[in-house]
Design a binder for this molecule. Structure first.
Ligand SMILES: *[C@@H]1O[C@H](CO)[C@@H](O)[C@H](O)[C@H]1NC(C)=O
Ligand SMILES: *[C@@H]1O[C@H](CO)[C@@H](O)[C@H](O)[C@H]1NC(C)=O
Ligand SMILES: *[C@@H]1O[C@H](CO)[C@@H](O)[C@H](O)[C@H]1NC(C)=O
Ligand SMILES: *[C@@H]1O[C@H](CO)[C@@H](O)[C@H](O)[C@H]1NC(C)=O
Ligand SMILES: *[C@@H]1O[C@H](CO)[C@@H](O)[C@H](O)[C@H]1NC(C)=O
Ligand SMILES: *[C@@H]1O[C@H](CO)[C@@H](O)[C@H](O)[C@H]1NC(C)=O
Length: 288
């Protein structure tokens, strides 16, 4: 009996220690997922992610109807999956843009109209937790009006929404600089991959480490309340990949030092992560 009680206590201590490790190593994990890459609900059940960005509303602006992210029965399933994810505390955001040339805002009024469309379709109807800006094509103008109008709707409707951005690591960002400068984003996942100007390079040591130089610029300039996430590949086939050991022992300690706005890691993307199990390295939790 007594030894059993001891065992229970030992297990409890061990699991508390594990929880502490998982928080100490990398913080929350975010990722991107797209319709067709398995079921969102199954991804959430892995309990690895705190934020999931659903890709993409790839057509908007200039009077266009928003492009749908799903069709027919896949939408019913998606709606149920989003609710299931939210019930276990995962924030699900709808992501705008992506690697397409099918979107652009043409005026301040256009930006406000897109904000209304997004609010009606994705916040009111589907109840996403927020809207993510992954803008990498088209005109760089008017995104600050889109973000501002979304914030205004949230205030008017007494509803909290998250606005996030996924700029490249070169500061300032070509597309979102104005919106970032105006502090409209609660979270910025910075893309430290596919960009030799600032991605991780194992051959370069501090203080010449390009990633750290870039991070320092972002960390110094964004608003105090903005959460910064390190956006990195979950696979070595994408340039900028950071082996787990370096990530935990060198990169995260450096970028999270001295009251940095560091808040976690975004792994690109969920399909790769399921293959490589990269995010297990971050929090020490095995996949279920
Ligand atoms: C994730 O990567 C896979 C493999 O390249 C790709 O098929 C998928 O579209 C990507 N997901 C997103 C959301 O871009
Ligand atoms: C936008 O997309 C088009 C078509 O895919 C491509 O040719 C162009 O280079 C892209 N522009 C930028 C700035 O990425
Ligand atoms: C990396 O950049 C190339 C060239 O712009 C592009 O074709 C590719 O899709 C990008 N990959 C990722 C993972 O962003
Ligand atoms: C920062 O990175 C360098 C190597 O790039 C490493 O020597 C140093 O220990 C790191 N600092 C911390 C606090 O981990
Ligand atoms: C953190 O602060 C210490 C002491 O001021 C300094 O030596 C170190 O370089 C700083 N680290 C980073 C990553 O800014
Ligand atoms: C982040 O910015 C704070 C000031 O807001 C500074 O004290 C700290 O050294 C910076 N950390 C890094 C890692 O750049």
């Amino acid at each position: 009996m007594a030894s059993q009680a001891k065992l229970v206590v030992a297990c409890l201590i061990l699991s508390l220690a594990l929880i502490q490790i998982s928080e100490a190593t990398g913080g929350p994990i975010a990722t991107y997922w797209g319709v067709g890459e398995g079921h969102l609900g199954d991804l959430c059940k892995k309990k690895h992610y705190s934020y999931i960005n659903v890709a993409y509303v790839k057509s908007f602006g200039g009077g266009k109807v928003l492009s749908p992210i799903c069709e027919g029965t896949s939408c019913i399933r998606l709606g149920e999956d989003i609710k299931a994810c939210q019930q276990i505390g995962i924030k699900v955001l709808i992501s705008l843009g992506g690697p397409f040339d099918t979107y652009s805002l043409i005026s301040e009024t256009d930006a406000q109209a897109v904000a209304k469309q997004l609010w009606n379709s994705y916040i009111d109807e589907v109840n996403f937790d927020g809207i993510d800006f992954r803008i990498e094509n088209g005109s760089a103008l008017y995104y600050e009006y889109l973000a501002q109008t979304l914030k205004d709707f949230a205030t008017a409707n007494k509803k909290e929404i998250i606005l996030s951005a996924f700029p490249g690591c070169v500061y300032p960002d070509r597309y979102l600089a104005r919106a970032i400068h105006a502090s409209y984003f609660d979270i910025i996942w910075i893309q430290y991959f596919n960009n030799s100007a600032c991605q991780y390079d194992s051959t370069v040591q501090t203080p010449d480490d390009l990633l750290l130089i870039s991070w320092t610029a972002w960390n110094l300039t964004v608003h105090d309340k903005t959460k910064l996430f390190l956006g990195i590949p979950a696979t070595p086939i994408i340039p900028g990949y950071i082996p787990c050991e370096q990530l935990i022992n060198t990169v995260i300690p450096n970028i999270s030092a001295n009251n940095s706005k560091y808040a976690g890691v975004l792994v690109w993307n969920s399909t790769y992560d399921l293959q490589t199990k990269y995010s297990s390295c971050l929090n020490g939790i095995a996949y279920e």
